[in-house]
Write a protein of this length. Structure first.
Length: 104
């Protein structure tokens, strides 16, 4: 059985990085998503806040990357992966987007 890895978040685009291209010429864009919500933790309310890098690659970039704007509210769904293989990037996670929906 395959391991489960899925994540869906809503939030505000807090920062956009320029589009970059992989060595194979595939477009890739990273943006920063700020999320705030109230969650229930063991029967008590808790405020959940986070800032997470979201990566759009290839088809997902072509569909959504060019239209992204800072301050826009979005819902993003995808899977979590490490941000890199060297240095401190090995300990950071990012969300690899499979779908993106504007909430504005």
């Amino acid at each position: 059985m395959a391991e489960a890895n899925g994540c869906e978040l809503t939030g505000v685009i807090a920062g956009l990085e320029p589009t970059r291209y992989t060595p194979g010429g595939v477009p890739r864009r990273r943006f920063w998503l700020e999320h705030r919500s109230r969650q229930n933790e063991d029967g008590a309310p808790r405020e959940a806040r986070l800032r997470l890098a979201v990566i759009l690659v290839g088809e997902y970039w072509q569909r959504h990357g060019p239209e992204l704007q800072e301050g826009g509210r979005v819902r993003v769904e995808g899977f979590l992966a490490r941000a890199g293989w060297r240095g401190e990037a090995r300990d950071r996670i990012q969300l690899q987007a499979r779908s993106l929906e504007s909430l504005d």
